[in-house]
Structures are given as structure tokens and as C-alpha cells.
Design a protein around this ligand. Structure first.
Ligand SMILES: [Zn+2]
Length: 463
């Protein structure tokens, strides 16, 4: 048997692996490449597609860097299915359709320019129809239910505690007379995070693919982060000013609402208007609320006590763009949570244009800000920024809160791998840039006596 790395190998995006035996071929994840110059070209290329027939696809979770290229697999061979947890399927439906709409809009925009330049038009990476076809081919498998997905290959999803529906995958692969267990950690969450259960550890692996996004550091502790958030909210209330929080729509936005609701329940802050200004975050929140059965004990206890898990008194959803624009004219203390998380598009950019020049306004960064984004630019505290062609003074107070990551830090990754060390599995470090991967390789060797390989894109290994 053999494994090939087609993405998330020396990088954090484009997750895609193929496991082959003498009889079948199964893909795990088919994510989009994001955030570097060659990403666009890479996304259009599936080097193996002409020659390889897939028997099944297994999806760890809905984030686009794991699911965002599934439509390129069309047409899927006859009975091949895409296996995922029911919650991942529901969330992929939201994310993939949105991604397809963006791809189509981008193509229209580019083609206008290309036409003026006398160039041939380009097709969108995929269309809404293709995304819908992918969703129709998905097969739900709940957590902890071993299921055969191809001849000689069975999988079991366990909760990875990263976003709703996210899973680590235990894959049993039979070839000849032997069966090997391959464990795909996929993206591992942070123990103690709100809403979700802690990541599940597994007991046995012959081969381990371990993510290494934060392989070189631990996150700030959550209590410190919540103290800092409380101070900002109290100050905004005192000064009757706005707090703008750029946030990813899935996971981060729900965690923020959970924390703000918690601070209010504990009497640390008074109720203040909180606007969730993102249709996708609203859809994701509804999905979280419909699935409290798979959440952690604290959330279950709140649900049992009929407490609002994701709602503070005074919280509103802004579904339409008009409702979002109306916030410009509303005075007083309020929190606006809006996308995109890195301020490189979405409604947050409009709020920034209207508010950055005001001294009392707070902007709170709660997630990673990629190179070249408005968010990254703002973190460097420029005196002015250009937004929609307009020069805007940066007088607002800018804060960065470090304790809300959805990815395990270095120590958690090591602890997650610890029960597997006794079997001396073959370890591949994935989903991380070179510096974090090397740091994690060091820690695994020192703490667990585990040697590891750092595969690159296109590399295959016999198992
Ligand atoms: Zn993820």
C-alpha cells in the first residue's frame, strides 16, 4: 500500500492525500490552496486526475482548505461517495455554495478585464451547479461508527474538536493478509474551547499524519484573553463607543458569541447590543444550535437549564446589506462581529471605513491575519489606510487577542500523539509551514521518541 501527498505538505492549505492498495484508491480531503501567489494555478491542476480512478473520498471537515476543490473531482466514478459526518455535510453545503458564487463572480470580473485586453475568457474554478452536485454525492457517517468505504478500507470518524462536525480519521487498510491502521489527525482543536468537545485521542496507529499548523508555539491562555475582552467591552460601554470584531464566520464567530454571553451571565459585563453582521456566520450559528447534542458538557448543561448558548440580551442578526449599513447611523456602545476575518473583503471593511478615524472605537483582532490583507496592515498600526480608494486615518484603538485559536498549539499536539507513541508509528507531519513542522518534529523526538517525515507536495511513500 502507498500514500501520496497532494497538498498540505509543507503548507497549511490544499489538504489532499491518496491511499492506494493493489485493489482500490481512496482520497482524504480535497482542499483549496489559499494565500500564496501560485495558489490560483495549483487549484486548477489535479495532476493525477487523467490517470486515476477514485473509489471513495473521505472528508475530515468543512473548511475550504479541506473541501474547496471537491467539485473539480466531477464527474465522480459511478458509485464513489464522499463520506463525512452529517454536520460536516451541512456546513460544506453552506461553504461550498458560497465559494462557488465567489468563483463565478470573480470570473465575471476578470473576464470583463480580459475582454478589454483582447484575451479569451476564463471559466470559474467551479459553478454553483457543480457544488450542488458534490453535495448530492455526500454520504453521512456519524462519529464512532466504523464503516467500509471501499474494498478492504474501513474508516471511523472521531471528534477532532476543531469546528462543528470536524473529525480525525482512523482508517483500516487491508492488503494481502495484513491490515494497517492509518490515523489522519486532520485539524485538531483546542481542549477547553467553548461549545465543542475536546479532541478525541486514539490508541493505535501504524501510520500517523499529524497536523503542525502551530507546531512551534502554544497559544495564550483563554482566561487572560477573556479578561482582555472584558476590559475592552467595559471601556466601550463607558465611552458609548463601537467595538468592531473581524471574524471568521464558522467557529470563531460562535465562540465569540458564546464568550460574550458567558461574560454577561457571570455579571462581568452588562447587556449591550451585539450585531452578528454576516449571513454565513448566522447560518453557521443556526447549525451549531441545531446540533447541541454533540457538544461539550458545559453547553449541554446550559441547554438543559434553558439558557441561551449563543445569545446575549440585545443581540441581533443582520441578514441584509441594508441592515448592515443602518449600523453606521446607530450611536452608542455596541459590538459588531462581521466577516471577513482578515478584513480582505466582506462587511467588516465598510465598518472599518466608517469608524477607523474615530478615537474611541475599538477594533479587536481575534484570528490570524495573512500577509497582504488589510487586517495584517492594520496590526502594524499605520497612520492611514486606503479603503475603497479613500484615505482613512487610523485613530481607533487596535487590539489583538491571542487565545481564541481553533488549532491546537504545540503542547496539545504532542499530548494528542502521546498514546500512539507506544506502537512506534511511521509519522508524517502535514498542514504546517516548514518552521512549525521542524519545531514539532523536535518536540516529538525529545518527548515521545517519535521520528517523523516532512513530506512535500507530490511525494509518495510505500507503507
Ligand atoms: Zn480547519
Amino acid at each position: 500500500m502507498k500514500i501520496t501527498f497532494w497538498g498540505a505538505a509543507g503548507e497549511v492549505t490544499g489538504s489532499c492525500y491518496i491511499v492506494e492498495t493493489d485493489r482500490v484508491r481512496v482520497m482524504v480531503d480535497c482542499g483549496i490552496h489559499q494565500g500564496y501567489p501560485e495558489a490560483e494555478a495549483l487549484n486548477r491542476r489535479l495532476p493525477w486526475k487523467q490517470t486515476m480512478h477514485l473509489d471513495a473520498i473521505v472528508l475530515s471537515h468543512a473548511h475550504l482548505d479541506h473541501s474547496g476543490r471537491l467539485p473539480l473531482l466531477l464527474p465522480l466514478p459511478g458509485n464513489a461517495r464522499i463520506h463525512a459526518t452529517p454536520q460536516t455535510i451541512a456546513l460544506t453545503d453552506i461553504l461550498l455554495l458560497d465559494s462557488a458564487r465567489l468563483q463565478q463572480n470573480d470570473a465575471v470580473h476578470h473576464n470583463r478585464r480580459r475582454q478589454r485586453a483582447g484575451k479569451a475568457p476564463i471559466a470559474p474554478l467551479y459553478t454553483v451547479e457543480q457544488a450542488a452536485q458534490v453535495i448530492a454525492r455526500m454520504n453521512p457517517i456519524p462519529y464512532d461508527q466504523p464503516t467500509q468505504v471501499a474494498d478492504g478500507i474501513a474508516i471511523r470518524f472521531v471528534d477532532a474538536g476543531h469546528i462543528i462536525g470536524s473529525a480525525s480519521i482512523e482508517m483500516k487498510v487491508r492488503e494481502g493478509g495484513t491490515t494497517k491502521t492509518i490515523v489522519f489527525s486532520a485539524d485538531i482543536g483546542v481542549p477547553g474551547s467553548p461549545l465543542l468537545r475536546d479532541p478525541t485521542t486514539l490508541e493505535h496507529a501504524d501510520v500517523l499524519l499529524l497536523e503542525s499548523t502551530y507546531g512551534n508555539r502554544d497559544h495564550r491562555a483563554l482566561p487572560e484573553t477573556l479578561d482582555a475582552l472584558t476590559d475592552i467591552l467595559l471601556e466601550a460601554e463607558r465611552d458609548q463607543e463601537k467595538v468592531l470584531i473581524p471574524s471568521f464566520a464558522v467557529g470563531r464567530a460562535q465562540n465569540l458569541m458564546y464568550h460574550i454571553a458567558g461574560l454577561h451571565r457571570e455579571g462581568r459585563i452588562r447587556a449591550l447590543p451585539v450585531y452578528l453582521d454576516s449571513p454565513m456566520a448566522i447560518a453557521a450559528s443556526n447549525l451549531y444550535l441545531a446540533n447541541t447534542g454533540i457538544m461539550d458538557e458545559e453547553t449541554l448543561a446550559l441547554v438543559k437549564a434553558k439558557q441561551d448558548v449563543l445569545k446575549v440580551p440585545g443581540m441581533s442578526y443582520c441578514t441584509s446589506a441594508e441592515e448592515s449599513k443602518r449600523l453606521n447611523d446607530v450611536k452608542g456602545a455596541m459590538v459588531i462581529i462581521a466577516g471577513s476575518g482578515m478584513c480582505n473583503g466582506g462587511r467588516i471593511v465598510h465598518h472599518l471605513r466608517h469608524n477607523l478615524w474615530r478615537q474611541g472605537v475599538h477594533v479587536v483582532f481575534v484570528g490570524f491575519q495573512g500577509q497582504g490583507t488589510l487586517g495584517r496592515h492594520l496590526i502594524n498600526r499605520p497612520r492611514t489606510v486606503r479603503i475603497f480608494g479613500e484615505q482613512v486615518a487610523v485613530n481607533a484603538q487596535l487590539h489583538t487577542l491571542g487565545g481564541l485559536s481553533a488549532h491546537a498549539g504545540q503542547s496539545t499536539l504532542v499530548e494528542w500523539a502521546r498514546p500512539l507513541a507506544k506502537d512506534k508509528p511511521r509519522v508524517f507531519l502535514t498542514h504546517g509551514e516548514e518552521t512549525p513542522r521542524m519545531a514539532l518534529a523536535d518536540r516529538l523526538r525529545k518527548d515521545l521518541g517519535m521520528e517523523s517525515t516532512r513530506p512535500m507536495r507530490g511525494q509518495s511513500f510505500d507503507l
